[in-house]
Write a protein that binds this ligand. Structure first.
Ligand SMILES: Nc1ncnc2c1ncn2[C@@H]1O[C@H](COP(=O)(O)OP(=O)(O)OP(=O)(O)O)[C@@H](O)[C@H]1O
Length: 219
């Protein structure tokens, strides 16, 4: 589903942030991406989301060489990927419910067909009483849970999450991990970037460790 071949990234004239990365992400797999602050986790997620181009090497996603795709093709491929940004990126003028429903609207589904699904998921992440709240009135942890709900609602083929439990307490972090595990069981490949050792200890999954630009994979 994803193949990196000798991929490197540098920003401007700076040193290489990622060096010569080669790995695969298989369909239906689950991996944690970890490493110290500044190690390049967000940069690697951006490569996977095709919002950053490698300085060297080749990134293949869903069987396509991402370098050869035009903007329109990239937009279509991105619909198959769910992304939880570190800074959430909720739309402030839409309610929590509308934010989470957005990926289903983009897919052309009618509200009658998805309303129950969206409400049920928002209840699961503890936002059942915040459906009509606008994002600026949500706490950091509530925004994070809304962003996760939006990323998983359409059951993407690949889910990328950047520090998805950074703003919630340990009990909620476990609950969110269960959500990711369930999504994975229904077929989604998962990549969770995290510093949270306790979270990684909760679930026996592949670990991709970035250190000084190099990637070490512990299967
Ligand atoms: N747009 C950019 N321009 C220049 N340098 C950048 C840019 N984005 C990231 N960097 C640098 O690349 C390196 C890796 O950053 P990145 O955000 O990928 O790390 P990270 O592992 O996600 O960090 P954290 O755990 O703190 O979020 C850092 O040294 C950072 O300063």
């Amino acid at each position: 589903m994803v193949r990196f071949e000798n991929v490197s990234v540098r920003y401007g004239e700076g040193a290489e942030v990622l060096r010569d990365l080669s790995f695969d992400i298989r369909p239906g797999s689950f991996q944690f991406l970890t490493g110290p602050s500044g190690a390049g986790k967000t940069s690697l997620l951006k490569l996977l989301f095709m919002s950053l181009k490698p300085s060297h090497g080749r990134v293949e996603l869903f069987g396509h060489d991402t370098d050869k795709l035009c903007k329109e093709d990239l937009a279509v491929l991105r619909r198959r990927v769910g992304l939880v940004f570190q800074d959430f990126r909720l739309l402030d003028h839409l309610t929590t419910y509308e934010n989470v429903a957005l990926p289903l609207r983009v897919l052309g589904r009618t509200e009658a067909s998805y309303r129950n699904e969206v409400v049920e998921l928002l209840r699961w992440v503890g936002l059942g009483d915040r459906l009509t709240a606008l994002p600026p009135t949500l706490s950091g942890g509530e925004k994070q849970r809304a962003a996760i709900a939006r990323a998983v609602i359409a059951q993407p083929e690949l889910l990328l999450a950047d520090e998805p439990t950074g703003n919630v307490d340990p009990a909620m972090a476990q609950r969110l991990l269960r959500l990711f595990v369930e999504l994975n069981r229904s077929g989604t490949s998962i990549v969770i970037a995290t510093h949270d050792l306790a979270l990684m200890d909760e679930y026996d999954a592949r670990r991709m460790v970035l250190h000084e630009g190099h990637l070490h994979v512990l299967d």
